[in-house]
Design a protein around this ligand. Sequence first.
Ligand code: NAD
Ligand code: GLY
Length: 376
Amino acid sequence: MHVIPVELGGRSYDVTIDHGLLNSFASAAAPFFKSYAAAGNAPQRAVPFVADTATKRIYGETIERSLQSAGFAADWFVVEPGEGAKSWAVLEKLTDWLLELGIERGDNVFALGGGVIGDLTGFACSVLKRGCGFVQIPTTLLAQVDSSVGGKTAINTGAGKNLIGAFHQPNAVLIDPETLATLPPREMGAGYAEVLKYGLLGDAEFFDWLEVNGADVIAREPEALTHAIATSIRAKARIVAEDERELSGRRALLNLGHTFGHALEAETGFSQELLHGEGVALGMVLAARYSARRGHFTMQDADRAKRALVNAGLRSEISELGLSCGGAKLVDHMRHDKKMAGGTLPFLLLNAIGDAFVARDVNLTDVAVFLDEQLA
Ligand code: NAD
Ligand code: GLY
């Protein structure tokens, strides 16, 4: 078992990684249970869960069995899988449901699922009665190594992804790596891109380790998987503790590959055509090559980054996407990025493997020319 603290003063919490945690969920989560009174009734010994149909179907029974043995029951709010759940409409239903249950500020709502469930639940809890507690139980690799830690919560609107949100830290993150056994391979690859990101942005030794052991991580070999998850979370916890609200530039490092990646996701309609992590993978290759074009990174290292992603089954060339647009259109998407400040867009670039930095002098016309070359 690994317990990794996220040190944020009064908002500190632990991330627990334990194989088989869900089988003994009641004992792992007991400190976060509190009875709540359903609309004027006597307090219930029930625990509120938000899940999607897949995570409820696969893990609901295991959790209920464990709760029953401790004298608790579960209340469920279940949504259809996918980005559609991160909407005003679902948020309204969820907050109404939590109010009906009589959730108080001191209660915790449990988010069982991937980044969609964590982001939706976290945002609902940030506004419910001006803030109630929540606990993340991430079940995708992406959510385990990235979205469940750090307190970014959000929903999407017609104007774009994650534009309505709040920083709201969970009270705990409970990770059972065994949940990844049921994760589709494509989702596993998308999460792996975020794992590799930690090596590229700040930990050359971890990158080297992933070059050798990445296949075992993807194959969900328990020791390799746990090492990859724990190392990723330690890196994220360190960065979040230094710059919780992305003000100093430290947390911005976590956006490596995201500016290019988001433009590709936007061009493909934020659809199943390109998952978020797949966009980040392509974006990291582009960031590496663009860094080499500017002369502060080598093409050999850009090729290493590409190979590490290809070995995990990820696409690494934007020419493989069959896009019908040119570089200028992708740059147009970037202009709508929420990181745009004073007409310039900060780009995460590389000095070396394990050494990313924020460049604020990137010329978007040059980026469009570079992207045209990459699309050819
Ligand atoms: P997701 O939540 O959509 O889950 C992907 C799919 O996997 C879904 O169909 C889900 O039902 C299924 N699934 C989940 N766990 C499973 C399991 N154990 N077995 C089988 N199927 C399972 O996607 P995601 O990649 O986890 O998260 C993407 C979301 O996270 C995006 O909305 C993105 O904006 C957000 N995000 C947030 C942050 C943050 O810091 N808050 C960071 C990165 C991404
Ligand atoms: N996923 C980027 C962040 O948490 O800041």
